[in-house]
Design a protein around this ligand. Sequence first.
Ligand SMILES: Cc1cc2nc3c(=O)[nH]c(=O)nc-3n(C[C@H](O)[C@H](O)[C@H](O)COP(=O)(O)OP(=O)(O)OC[C@H]3O[C@@H](n4cnc5c(N)ncnc54)[C@H](O)[C@@H]3O)c2cc1C
Length: 404
Amino acid sequence: MRRIGIVGAGQAGLVLGIGLQQRGYDVTVFAERPAEAVREGRLISNQCLFDPALQRERALGINFWEAPPIREVAFAAAGEGAEPAISWRVGLDRPAQSVDQRVKVADWMTEFERLGGDLRVRRVTPDDLDERAREFELLVVAAGRGPQFDALFPRDDDRSPYREPQRAIGILYVAGPLDAVPGLTFGMAPVGEFFLLPVLSVHGPVHGIGFFGVPGGPMDVWDGVADVDQHYETARKLLRTHYPWQATLLDNARPVAPTEMLHGRITPIVRHPVGTLPSGAKVLAMGDTAVTNDPVGGQGANMAARAARAYHEAIVDRGDRPFDEEFMHDAFARYWHHARHATRFNNDLLAPPPEHVLATLAAAQRVPEVAHRFAHLFENPADYEGWLGDPEAAMAYLHAAAQR
Ligand SMILES: Cc1cc2nc3c(=O)[nH]c(=O)nc-3n(C[C@H](O)[C@H](O)[C@H](O)COP(=O)(O)OP(=O)(O)OC[C@H]3O[C@@H](n4cnc5c(N)ncnc54)[C@H](O)[C@@H]3O)c2cc1C
């Protein structure tokens, strides 16, 4: 049995760990906290998963939850007055869902151990890695975003257009009756975005509402917000001010619990995925540790699921051969084949929308086919490059779609 070590029990690390354990590999996952501490901990994400990622979880038999299905996308862009300048709704061909990562991680840790996996609760530091690398034939670092492994996996300048966070993020889980579509409500304004979606959280069914403010602008408001009540009032004020057609959206809802808010800023970054330890041993980055995107496009957890699949297949295809540097570059290349699309789509969402994108969003109000195609970019960002990523192609498509 080949011995695989994975640092980090998140969406990426646990899906890889469970998948390999099911295939007969001898897998160890290092988790920062035990399952119950994760379940009782603070909010982590909004974690909307689209169909391809959900299919992978179903194929592994680990989509254990009945979450409210996300069947529709309702998009609106602010205009001059109280009504949105653009507004449309469209169904998703296959529903998305959001299951609180605290629920998933805690349940998956239990499942991983049930399958015979070795779950060790300890925070692995960069200095520990050499000792860990001696223990395993392959060591994967799936420890999420942030600077802790900066030196090991430096920034890939060619693939990282931003050096600073592009949004000030505030997420709140609320409960109570909401006048919203059974799906994803998305609002766009020059100062930032908001979205609302149903979530199966540790508290049962709730809604997550997220605001993404351009730094330094009027939606960059979260730094001084101390508790959920202040967050709730701030969120209502943002709705009244920047999305007036949604002014009353939260009036009948309330924050779920004091833990259920999250503030932050994330610098999008792609890293060189193969790290060299002082001993010369190589380690492979995965998930957010390798590629971190701003959550505005809802891609990160979906990408983590993709990474788990790509690395799983690369490991199985490797057979008995060594997990050397060449293997690691190949595994990441398989992942990047998809991740580059999600990354480009997500990074472009952070920039002011160019004319052809605004024209597309406006046309979506009149032409359902355009709305359908736009909404499905979130599950299929590979469609972006040859369409909205190319102004000429986008305008040609709009012309053709309007004729149909
Ligand atoms: C506000 C917000 C909203 C989001 N919304 C969405 C969304 O709607 N859709 C979407 O697809 N994505 C979303 N994301 C992104 C998504 O949550 C992440 O991209 C995804 O969780 C990445 O998975 P991961 O396994 O790579 O990292 P993580 O989920 O961060 O998991 C890493 C794990 O490693 C552990 N760890 C860290 N350091 C160590 C260490 N030194 N030793 C041992 N363990 C360690 C951590 O405790 C954690 O359990 C959102 C993120 C945020 C912040």
